[in-house]
Design a protein around this ligand. Structure first.
Ligand SMILES: Nc1ncnc2c1ncn2[C@@H]1O[C@H](COP(=O)(O)OP(=O)(O)OP(=O)(O)O)[C@@H](O)[C@H]1O
Ligand SMILES: [Mg+2]
Length: 263
């Protein structure tokens, strides 16, 4: 069943200076996703992926088109979503546990049940012995795990992730990929995930949307018909590399098979 529906969404930013042209960031972006699906966005830098996430969350107004989540049209900030950015952006003066609980404070629901859930989430991401640590005492990957817990603490139906693992080393990134899949399974969250990594997109997703250059439109929708749970050796399977090829062609990283004469 459709959970999110994005229909002909267009977003134009007004010119920064009078003599410049407006920036058309999104042009007729349309796609749908089901509850519990993990959908990745791949596309050239500056094509409009972050803008699209912000429009879906209702953080910025769209110029035209419709966005609906869980049967309701989004025209103001969504109540029930979590956002994870490229940088963990934790509050350095707060402990790990209090960073995770911050959204509950805002929602005035920082009760014993919330605290229990925060401890459980931090345990799930392997940080149970760092509850009272300060962010600067953690590595980048550990900080991003805290940010992930913070985004999930109010049990959002929709998790928006904007290149969350882009700044991590390859090994930590692979670990985070597995962690995200585990958390998704346990929470049932629907996830929209922006990445520049073709392999990461395929490894994680039910569906990969490849966007065109700005203004962003969906150039290709790739269904990732690989079973869950996924394990790292899947990356070397021919079905996986075949999907990497499809995405690479759609992005223009390699010429299309028919044009190059290759298989
Ligand atoms: N607040 C804003 N005001 C004006 N222009 C903006 C604003 N936010 C984004 N843009 C423009 O919209 C276009 C799309 O930007 P966006 O950040 O969505 O790209 P992106 O696909 O996320 O890129 P990257 O992969 O590098 O993060 C860019 O040309 C950018 O300059
Ligand atoms: Mg971006």
């Amino acid at each position: 069943m459709t959970f999110g529906s994005i229909r002909s969404v267009r977003k134009t930013f007004p010119p920064q200076e009078a003599y410049r042209e407006p920036v058309v960031a999104l042009d007729d972006a349309s796609f749908e996703f089901a509850r519990g699906e993990l959908v990745s966005f791949l596309g050239p830098s500056g094509c409009g992926k972050t803008t699209l996430l912000r429009v879906i969350a209702g953080l910025i107004p769209k110029t035209s088109g419709t966005v609906s989540i869980d049967g309701r049209e989004v025209n103001e900030p969504l109540g029930n979503y979590g956002f994870v950015f490229q940088a963990p952006s934790l509050m350095h003066w707060r402990s790990v546990l209090d960073n995770v609980l911050f959204p509950m404070e805002i929602l005035r629901k920082n009760d014993a049940a919330a605290r229990k859930r925060a401890v459980e989430f931090l345990d799930l991401v392997g940080l149970s012995s760092f509850l009272s640590a300060r962010p600067h005492q953690l590595s980048g990957g550990m900080q991003q795990r805290v940010a992930l817990c913070r985004a999930l603490i109010h049990q959002p139906a929709l998790l928006l992730m904007d290149e969350p693992f882009g700044a991590l080393d390859e090994f930590t990134r692979l670990e985070m990929n597995d962690l995200l899949l585990r958390i998704r399974k346990e929470t049932g969250a629907t996830v929209l995930f922006v990445t520049h990594s073709i392999s990461e997109a395929i490894y994680l997703s039910d569906k990969v949307l490849v966007f065109s250059r700005r203004p962003a439109r969906v150039a290709k929708e790739i269904l990732v018909d690989l079973p869950y749970p996924r394990a790292q050796q899947l990356r070397f399977h021919e079905d996986f590399t075949a999907l990497e090829r499809v995405a690479s062609e759609a992005l223009g990283v390699i010429p299309a098979a028919s044009a190059s004469g290759a298989q």
